[in-house]
Design a protein around this ligand. Structure first.
Ligand code: NAD
Length: 513
């Protein structure tokens, strides 16, 4: 495997010994002696190291971006879209290599690694169309011979802070939209997945170079929280789009809010599926199991809770236990396996700690958890997906543990189920499994789910790029990707034009000289 990964790194231009180099694109790190080691949870090996950006590197990049913005915003939006189209094609050409590196550096299954790159391609296609549809409205003025309309202008630098679990897709959701809107971007990827970021930087840098666009439109800074904080406190960065834990979002929201900047926050979830007495249980099983164990429970949309009607509770729990018995856990690059590793040892510790806390609060495990050992699991990051019967108000159930722990909760009435589903601090994704129209519509109504995403007969996990993605409450309120999420990357300007011979004031106010 090591040889394969080496050739993939070579193909993507990522040097194994030191990922902080430069090739016509811009990133920080050259002058620092501090570096980050990228560790693969698949086999525990250090893949490569990447130099961390200093504050001087960061300042140089911001200055370069400011210059680049002056040029980039003058390129007509459909022409910017054409460059994003070429970026999508470059991703197509590199899908296998990049998807494999995502899988190896992050630990998700190869299928999901390819899926992540496909999502990047899809958002590029979406952004190309969007580049001709950055619409504003026109309004009727209350004053004669006046015209009112609104238009949308780019913001400037968009700072993108991303999490480890979607190491490249989240960047592309932001970047593709920000670029067609006329912005330039500075990306601070997760410190746990710097190499996939460097690979993406190479791919996009080549596209810009081929189009003779000056340096500085898309930029990368490698580093941990401190490097991210440089952006959140910087008034030269009008929008910070941050994806990560609620703890991080509270810090980012406060820092950006303190300077009255804009933030787009995509934070933790605590997603539930309601399994109704009217559900197709076989279909529900697939949604529930994929939602709970896919990406080893490390998706923001992972299914953490199943709220099951009392009449089908025992039967569905038995199906789950049987299905969990068939799961194959192991190397995510081997397509026969369903579940790969957690990202690192800290994640394993947090998983074990949550299991202990759950037991201490009275949780009863139907499928026990634990860390796997043996040669195949030498990284120490492979854990058993587990299932516990709990009460929704357990402290641990109210909390997002980023691991494959599934909580089962019983309900009697749909009102109660919806209250349980909404009864957590987070509000990202939710679902109901039912063949009953009344139940489905109630769940989707204003009296139903309080989440940003509410599905019927689909699990909580995964989303298509065409819809706006994000959640409410402690999930942060941001929306990215499809629908009109592009508006977050632009500033709205209302224009009133007077083509009369007089200057009437609004609201009929008289002011004669
Ligand atoms: P994390 O919060 O530890 O880190 C995320 C990113 O924020 C990293 O790049 C990190 O360096 C940076 N960061 C942390 N503190 C910061 C600060 N004070 N200022 C600036 N930057 C800071 O999250 P993680 O462990 O990488 O990812 C898992 C979390 O992300 C989960 O909670 C998951 O639900 C969430 N997530 C949410 C979405 C969504 O769209 N809602 C998508 C993916 C992941």
């Amino acid at each position: 495997m090591r040889t394969d990964i080496q050739s993939i790194l070579n193909k993507l231009g990522v040097k194994a010994e030191n990922a902080a180099f430069s090739t016509g694109s811009v990133w920080g790190g050259g002058s620092n002696s501090k570096s980050l080691e990228s560790f693969s949870p698949v086999d525990g090996k250090i893949i490569a190291s990447a130099k961390v950006a200093t504050s001087a590197d960061y300042d140089a990049i911001v200055e370069k971006s400011q210059e680049a913005f002056k040029h980039w915003r003058t390129i007509p939006a459909p022409k910017r879209g054409e460059i994003v189209r070429q970026f999508g094609d470059a991703l197509r050409a590199n899908k296998d290599a990049l998807g494999t590196l995502v899988s190896y550096e992050m630990g998700k299954s190869l299928q999901e690694g390819f899926g992540e790159v496909q999502e990047m391609i899809d958002i590029c296609d979406f952004a190309v169309g969007l580049s001709r549809q950055l619409y504003g409205l026109t309004m009727h003025s209350e004053r004669p011979s006046h015209r009112m309309y609104e238009q949308w202008h780019p913001l400037g630098i968009v700072g993108i802070i991303s999490a480890f679990n979607f190491p490249v897709a989240v960047w592309s959701w932001n970047t593709a939209l920000a670029l067609v809107c006329g912005n330039v971007c500075i990306w601070k990827p997760s410190e746990k997945t710097p190499l996939t970021a460097v690979a993406c930087q190479h791919i996009i840098a080549k596209v810009f170079k081929d189009n003779d666009v000056p340096e500085g439109v898309c930029n990368l800074i490698i580093g941990d929280r401190e490097v991210g904080e440089l952006m959140t406190k910087d008034g030269r960065v009008p929008l910070i789009s941050a994806t990560g834990s609620t703890r991080m979002g509270k810090a980012v929201g406060a820092a950006v809010g303190a300077r009255l900047g804009k933030s787009l926050l995509e934070l933790g979830g605590n997603n539930a599926i309601i399994i109704s007495e009217h559900a197709d249980l076989d279909m529900s099983l697939i949604g529930a199991v994929f939602g709970a164990v896919g990406t080893a429970g490390q998706r923001c949309t992972s299914t953490r809770r199943l709220i099951i009607h009392e009449s089908v509770y025992d039967a569905f729990a038995a199906k789950l236990v049987k299905a969990y018995g068939q799961l194959r856990i192991g190397d995510p690059l081997d397509q026969n396996n369903h579940v790969g590793p957690l990202i690192d040892n800290d994640a394993v510790a947090s998983y074990l700690d949550s299991i202990e806390k759950c037991k201490a609060e009275g949780g009863k495990f139907l499928v026990e958890g634990g860390v796997l050992d043996g040669a195949e699991y030498a990284s120490g990051c492979y854990v058993k997906p587990c299932i516990a019967q709990v009460k929704n108000d357990f402290e641990i159930v109210q909390h997002e543990t980023f691991a494959p722990i599934l909580y089962l909760i019983k309900y009697k009435t749909l009102d109660e189920a919806i209250a349980l589903q909404n009864g957590v601090p987070q509000g990202l994704s939710s679902a109901i499994m039912t063949l009953n129209l009344r139940e489905a519509e109630q769940f989707l109504s204003y009296q139903g789910s309080d989440c940003g995403i509410a599905n019927v007969n689909i699990g909580t996990s995964g989303a298509e790029i065409g819809g706006a993605f994000g959640g409410e409450k402690e999930t942060g309120g941001g929306r990215e990707s499809g629908s009109d999420a592009w508006r977050a990357y632009m500033r709205r300007q209302t224009n009133t034009i007077n083509y009369s011979n007089t200057l009437p004031l609004a609201q009929g106010i008289k002011f004669d000289l």
